[in-house]
Design a binder for this molecule. Structure first.
Ligand code: SF4
Length: 469
């Protein structure tokens, strides 16, 4: 046999044993598989985390978490039991070394961030900002981002059943934290959704709607079904994608009778009208793909929808290796029939430097994962460049690796550049994490920030100003 850099092994899916946690020692399968039970038992604070995990979780970890929540976190804590159960899945909570396994866990790294995870030198990039993709600037009506010529993103609600520490929409999604206030929609939900439908009816160049938020699993099902049914009535809409991390974080929702029946109705109408409905989920680590997640994905295929695809986020310490990305992609594909689609580079929000990787590393990962998966299931690694949109990482126009600045171009206009004759010739910048740069580049950024501070100017990035390196 020829030796290969990556060795494919088919993984058998299972549900980790939730009774290994003292707080769930008596939880029955029926309770576990109920979406209502899962929602009612989400972990929202340190006290609840300790109640579930018991004394195996050290005081030091809790203090680390408490400091992060006080000084750094841009998202409040919300972890469904289904997700918590996939953390440190092979370690009993009362085993010596549980805290170590929990600290090292790839899912814990992004769902329950602690202060010691973050960079002490540059917790944020100077150009980090809330709404780093400027989505609100491109709202055609409140919550409807028109950023590409033929497709829109409908933010139908600002909540999710789970909150990820690195959430791109930290500006809008979730509850305020001690360091981040949240933007609030001004229109009532019904008025917002009606305005979105009104815009789509009168904008025939839009053919593709990503129904997102937040996570559509938090919209009461009848309201979500009515919104999607209304989209299906609009002749120009040919693709509808429902964005739900909950397919993994709360598969019990997608497995419920009400949702399956409703998706069956939507799937039938979509087929009749020749429209594609797909679910886009967000899985970052292979261990998150459990038997229940696969069951939920298959239940959705049974409703006749076109596809279930995964859009993961590249996160340092979670999946920034060839093996982690290929393990995840194969597990999604083999075990659950979910199409590996994109891996995004983590966006430049405040406090994200410890998660972000450089463009050079993203290009390397893309190169290394080629040729293992079928071509149709080989995920593209993309950089969502502010004011540009998604670009494949090898599409960069210029790249200054010393300063970690990549330059990108675009081939369409949004309303923001409608009157800008140079929009299609301009270069738009994206920034590598400073700690990944050569020493000279790091010095350049440190000097620049020092000069700005000396001249009384705030750091360019909003929030969480970096400490002097
Ligand atoms: S599920 Fe998506 S929208 Fe919700 S917190 Fe996570 S990344 Fe943000």
């Amino acid at each position: 046999m020829i030796e290969q850099p990556y060795v494919y092994r088919r993984a058998e899916l299972a549900e980790p044993d939730w009774t290994r946690f003292p707080g769930w020692a008596r939880v029955t399968r029926e309770e576990w598989e109920s979406a209502q039970w899962q929602r009612a038992h989400c972990v929202k604070n340190i006290k609840q985390l300790r109640q579930v995990l018991g004394a195996g979780l050290s005081e030091g970890f809790c203090a680390d978490l408490e400091r992060d929540q006080r000084e750094r976190a841009t998202m409040s804590m919300l972890v469904p039991p289904q997700m918590l159960n996939t953390m440190a899945p092979r370690t009993a909570a009362d085993e010596a070394g549980f805290t170590g396994a929990f600290y090292a866990d790839p899912v814990r790294r992004y769902m329950i961030p602690v202060f010691s995870d973050r960079r002490g030198d540059w917790p944020s990039h100077p150009y980090a900002s809330r709404d780093s993709l400027h989505e609100a600037e491109m709202w055609a009506v409140e919550g409807l981002t028109h950023r590409y010529p033929t497709k829109v993103l409908a933010e139908v609600l600002p909540t999710c059943p789970q909150y990820c520490g690195h959430c791109t929409r930290m500006d809008l999604v979730g509850n305020p934290t001690p360091v981040i206030t949240k933007h609030k929609f001004t229109l009532a939900r019904e008025d917002r959704l009606d305005a979105m439908l009104g815009y789509l009816k009168t904008t025939p160049q839009v053919r593709d709607v990503v129904v997102s938020g937040g996570d559509v699993a938090n919209l009461p099902w009848p309201r979500l079904e009515a919104f999607v049914a209304a989209l299906l009535e609009i002749d120009n809409i040919r693709d509808i994608r429902l964005a739900s991390k909950a397919l993994m974080g709360l598969p019990q929702f997608w497995l419920s009778g009400e949702v399956r029946a409703g998706m069956g109705r939507l799937g039938a109408t979509a087929r009749e009208r020749g429209v594609s409905i797909a679910i886009h989920t967000h899985v970052n680590a292979a261990q998150s793909v459990t038997a229940l997640v696969a069951k939920a994905a298959r239940a959705m295929f049974d409703t006749g929808i076109r596809d279930v695809r995964n859009q993961g986020v590249l996160l340092c310490g979670t999946n920034d290796s060839v093996a982690a990305l290929l393990d995840l992609s194969f597990t999604l594909l083999d075990g659950a029939g979910i199409m590996p689609y994109y891996f995004y580079m983590c966006d430049m929000i405040p406090g994200s430097e410890h998660w972000r990787i450089s463009l050079a590393q993203a290009q390397h990962l893309q190169h290394q994962i080629m040729g293992y998966l079928p071509g149709f299931a080989t995920p593209r690694i993309v950089c969502d460049v502010p004011y540009v949109g998604k670009r494949w990482v090898h599409q960069v126009a210029r790249y200054d690796t010393q300063l970690g600045i990549s330059y990108w171009t675009k081939n369409y206009r949004t309303a923001v550049e409608a009157g800008d004759p140079l929009a299609l010739r301009r270069e738009y910048a994206y920034y590598d994490p400073i700690h990944t740069l050569p020493a000279e580049g790091q010095r350049w950024w440190a000097d620049r920030e020092r000069d700005r501070a000396g001249s009384g100017l705030a750091s360019l990035g909003a929030g969480l100003t970096p400490a002097a390196p």
